[in-house]
Design a protein around this ligand. Structure first.
Ligand code: CP
Length: 325
């Protein structure tokens, strides 16, 4: 029997089986090919997606909105400060009302200890699918794009090693959602995962535990190390990326000071040389050039960051077509 995910929320890949996720990758590849050939794919004709952004975005907004256009539907950009959310309208009322109009609600809400709760509350009350555009715990669409990119580069992904390395980047405390979603999903598709972090930058304990469980079930390795180079050594794929020390402190000033404690955690060509010959550099973007990574690496031949960004469009089109169609 065909796997049906119509109406299903997408808040974390953990709520989807490997077979359900495979449906997204299969359709994403078909939609990518159709776009290349100029074939129209009006799978969501006359359908509407509401996109609520509590936080800034370049890739996520434009890939979702463009995706809806290419599928024959319409994506509406909504900012909470221009909605009645700003006057206190609750998740239940917002969810119920939007469910009477359209076919999907997408939300980005990264406030720590608030975002995921809000998405779950909207999903509880909405009668149409709720799609995560990133919260404080998960960024599942980013990881779908990452996986599609890895599969395009390597074909078979079983037995590959992916290194997820914390990097030092100033200015603001970034969410935990990208590394958390990476360590959760990659083992389920057969990749060994090495997470390299300074002690203060560990991830949510329940996520680390679930990642270890996923790895054990899949028969792959999951290790956590305090040594930056471990993420690169013998790796096929590396994602050096900054996030905040949120399990250690939620004080913003203390968080920024801790980030400055590890300035050498920056990806350079000497690190890329530690991996396999075909090692690829990935980053969800925006990257803090010069602090997280040298220009030489991010603009170099091992970098696939623009392929990765492009694949946001294709996986999200597949996700929307399958859940909202
Ligand atoms: N990677 C990503 O989510 O980019 P934006 O923050 O620009 O949407």
């Amino acid at each position: 029997m065909a796997i049906d995910v119509k109406g299903k929320d997408f808040i974390t890949t953990q709520d989807w089986s490997v077979e359900e996720l495979e449906r997204i990758f299969t359709l994403a590849a078909e939609l990518k090919q159709a776009k290349r050939e100029g074939r129209p794919t009006p799978l969501l004709a006359a359908k509407t997606l509401y996109m609520i952004f509590f936080d800034a975005s370049t890739r996520t907004r434009n890939s979702f909105e463009t995706g809806m256009t290419q599928l024959g539907g319409h994506g509406i950009f909504l900012s909470p400060d221009k909605m009645q959310i700003s006057h206190g309208e609750n998740a239940r009322d917002t969810a119920n009302v939007l469910s009477r109009y359209g076919e999907g609600i997408a939300i980005r809400h990264c406030a720590f200890r608030e975002g995921n709760d809000y998405l779950r509350e909207v999903a509880e009350h909405a009668s149409i699918p709720v799609l995560s555009m990133q919260d404080d715990v998960y960024h599942p669409c980013q990881i779908l794009a990452d996986y599609l990119t890895i599969r395009e580069k390597f074909g078979e992904t079983k037995g590959l090693k992916i290194g997820v390395a914390w990097t030092s980047a100033p200015n603001y405390v970034r969410p935990l959602s990208v590394p958390q979603s990476l360590i959760l999903m990659m083992p389920r598709f057969g990749l060994d995962v090495t997470l390299a972090v300074p002690p203060e930058f560990r991830l949510m304990p329940e996520i680390e535990e679930q990642a270890a469980k996923n790895a054990a079930e899949a028969g792959v390795k999951f290790e956590i190390t305090n040594r930056f180079e471990d993420a690169f050594e013998d790796a096929d794929v590396v994602v050096p990326k900054s996030w905040g020390p949120l399990m250690h402190t939620t004080d913003h000033a203390k968080g920024l000071a801790l980030i400055e404690k590890y300035p050498t955690w920056r990806c350079g060509k000497e690190h890329m040389a530690l991996g396999k010959k075909h090692l690829i550099y990935m980053h969800p973007l925006p990257a803090d050039r010069g602090r997280e990574v040298t220009d030489e690496v991010i603009d170099g031949p091992q970098s696939v960051v623009y392929d990765e960004a492009e694949n946001r469009l294709h996986v999200q089109k597949a996700l929307m077509a399958l859940t909202m169609g």
